[in-house]
Design a protein. Structure first.
Lengths: 313, 348
């Protein structure tokens, strides 16, 4: 990985929320990962595992309790000047889960998309702005003639495309996609995922793709990190992780995905994960090339052995 | 037929809207047998939920059932008064909705919500009903049910809430359970638990289930038979095996192709082009015509009838007509055909 350009580094990130009397919730508890330019890192886990919190820390919607987030060589917590802050916002964009709640219902689509262009002074003139907006609508597969419409006039899938166009408008480097397809129908999900993949190829975009739908994550991600109770339990190349999951939680998560294949479903049984205190101690250790598992020092050798054996079979 | 619990025949449902009449369900017919699970699949707006809500007559005020008949155990549901319906709902036929937070009363203890249908329909005493409620909570897998029955819905997690909704639905041992996307809002692990729970209950009580979902993985796991809906019609119906391994309708092909499979290489995921049709002015021919890459000229003007492929398998597409040109299904569908013939022998 050394020859590739690391775009984002997350080091020891912690985010705790305090509740009155009840103590704090450790939503994200010491996680580390890198994202290389041009790749897609999938972040999966059940609800409440801290994946959205991680995404929001990265776009600076939350201030981390502890730890560093380094984007393009700069610690984002140390951005002070307004100019640098603007620059950061331009480079890192987010696509939200709910296409109904994330678009201002009182604004026309052209103004939703144009807002970023205005804020960052990316258009030379009014014609240029319109031209850019129309281009963006065409890019995401919407009719440019509809720029004057309001969000309620679009379907869920179309709204999600508007959300994508809005993110693209400022020519970002990194897009944090927070469950962008879970609110959509299957056939529409495929449309949106294909669009995201196409855009990535054309514009060399980097994605952090947060989801709980593991089958689609597999399809779009180069690497996947599995989160559980605020920590990453396993991280590796997509194919490797799907074929040779090592951590017991990853195994149970993968076994819970139903396949559109009744013959297979009849014989498949689900692996149930029992959480034990102390399961989440330790750190991520590399047990195979690019394959990390949360383990304590004395478990590493056993995991390495396990991976070797599973690959043999 | 004695083994049929529910029979829909040519049901039409429409809604009045500002823009005109929306024809949400346009002639749906199917039979449901005792103890079986029928999955209804299709995209949003295809009429799955409306079909099910017309079975229990829980449609909004601007809706009307224009035509057709719905027979539940030989009795015509559509001729019943709302009062009579109330004695059927919850007792004979129960429904589980998608969002457990909006289907529970936030201001009432869960035990009471489970006990009420038993007091009302089975005339149990309060004390008896409460005892049964705690048992039900235990049965759907709520830990510590002896203590937690006093809690309110917000004190439970999403998966637990859905279990509570299931407990309410099961309180009077209904013969027919309608589950309207019961797991869509849940995580995969919770989803798997809920599905296992429903299958377990079905095995013990012999409940018939109509399972609405758009997740084909879930369908593969639960369904005995599958009905694929598009634009208010069933375009293909058959056993789960027939729909997954011998699909005939191009829409079913599209749906199956848009799901990423475990062993497929990095080819582009198939997306059904375009958007669902306008049901205010439904087209004269096949509603799928404009999105169908295999469409024939006939699809544009004439609605395809059902072609029978086996005693249980029907599909509405002109491709099955003997005058239609031979069409090669897409490669991944042909692979599904091959899987079927490998298992059962027969023509390649």
């Amino acid at each position: 990985m050394s020859d590739q350009n690391v775009l984002l580094q997350v080091k020891g990130l912690k985010k705790f929320f305090s509740r009155e009397q009840k103590g704090e919730i450790r939503a994200v508890n010491n996680i580390n990962f890198d994202i290389v330019e041009g790749e897609t890192l999938g972040l999966v886990g059940e609800s409440g595992c801290g994946k959205t919190t991680t995404g929001r820390c990265i776009v600076k919607l939350y201030h981390p309790t502890n730890g560093e987030i380094i984007f393009d060589g700069k610690d984002i917590a140390r951005i002070r000047s307004k100019r640098d802050q603007l620059e950061f916002c331009r480079n890192v964009q987010m696509i939200f889960q709910d296409p109904y709640a994330s678009l201002d219902p009182k604004k026309k689509v052209q103004d939703i998309i144009g807002e970023g262009i205005d804020v960052h002074h990316l258009a030379k003139s009014r014609e240029d702005r319109n031209h850019q907006i129309r281009g963006l609508l065409a890019t995401v597969g919407l009719n440019p003639e509809h720029a004057g419409r309001y969000p309620h006039e679009f379907s869920g899938g179309q709204r999600q495309r508007i959300g994508i166009a809005r993110a693209l408008a400022v020519k970002p480097k990194l897009i944090v996609c927070d469950e962008p397809i879970s609110a959509l129908d299957v056939s529409i999900q495929a449309q949106v995922v294909n669009l995201l993949k196409k855009l990535q190829k054309e514009r060399n975009l980097t994605y952090l793709f947060i989801a709980h739908d593991l089958s689609m994550v597999k399809y779009i991600s180069d690497r996947i990190a599995v989160m559980y109770r605020g920590v990453i339990v396993e991280l590796g190349d997509t194919d490797e992780l799907y074929h040779y999951p090592i951590h017991r939680y990853t195994k149970s998560l993968l076994s819970a995905i139903p396949h559109a294949d009744p013959y297979k479903e009849i014989n498949r049984s689900r692996i149930i994960y029992q959480f034990h205190e102390g399961d989440l101690n330790g750190e991520l250790h590399e047990i195979g090339k690019g394959h990390f598992v949360l383990s304590q020092d004395n478990q590493v050798e056993a995991y390495k052995e396990q991976l070797k054996n599973e690959k043999k079979n | 037929m004695s083994e049929t619990i529910l029979s829909l025949d040519d049901v039409h449902v429409s809604f009045d809207s500002l823009n005109g009449k929306v024809h949400a369900v346009r002639g749906v017919s199917f039979d449901l047998h005792y103890g079986e699970t029928l999955a209804l699949v299709g995209e949003s707006g295809s009429g799955k939920s409306v079909t099910c809500r017309s079975i229990i007559r829980l449609l909004s005020k601007n809706a009307s059932i224009d035509d057709g008949s719905i027979l539940y155990e030989g009795k015509n549901i559509l001729a019943k008064s709302q009062r009579e319906m109330r004695s059927i709902r919850g007792k004979e036929i129960s429904i589980i909705f998608q969002d457990p937070m909006t289907s529970l009363n936030p201001t009432m203890r869960v035990s009471k919500q489970i006990a009420l249908p038993m007091i009302h329909h089975l005339h149990l005493s309060k004390h008896e009903a409460m005892k049964r409620a705690i048992e039900l909570l235990k049965r759907v897998g709520i830990p510590n049910s002896e203590v937690r029955y006093k809690d309110y819905p917000h004190q439970f997690s999403g998966g637990q809430r859905q279990r509570i909704v299931i407990a309410i639905a099961l309180a009077c041992n209904p013969k027919l359970l309608i589950a309207d996307e019961p797991t869509t809002a849940l995580d995969v692990t919770i989803q798997a638990q809920i599905i296992e729970l429903m299958k377990d209950i079905q095995k013990k009580n012999g409940t018939s289930i109509i399972f609405i979902t758009h997740d084909l993985g879930v369908v593969a796991k639960v369904a005995d038979r599958v009905a694929v809906m598009y634009a208010g019609k069933i375009v293909e119906i058959g056993t789960a095996e027939e729909i997954f391994y011998l699909p005939q309708h191009p829409y079913t092909w599209g749906l199956l192709q848009s799901v990423p499979t475990a062993d497929e290489a990095d080819e582009e995921l198939y997306a059904i082009p375009g958007a669902p049709p306008d049901l205010i002015h439904p087209s004269k021919g096949d509603a799928f015509y404009s999105r169908n890459p295999y469409a024939l000229e006939a699809d544009r003007y004439y609605e395809p009838p059902y072609f029978q492929l086996s005693p249980t398998h029907f599909a509405a597409t002109w491709l099955l007509d003997e005058r239609a040109p031979k069409v090669e299904p897409p490669p991944s569908i042909q692979r599904r055909y091959a899987t079927f013939y490998k298992k059962h022998g027969g023509k390649p």
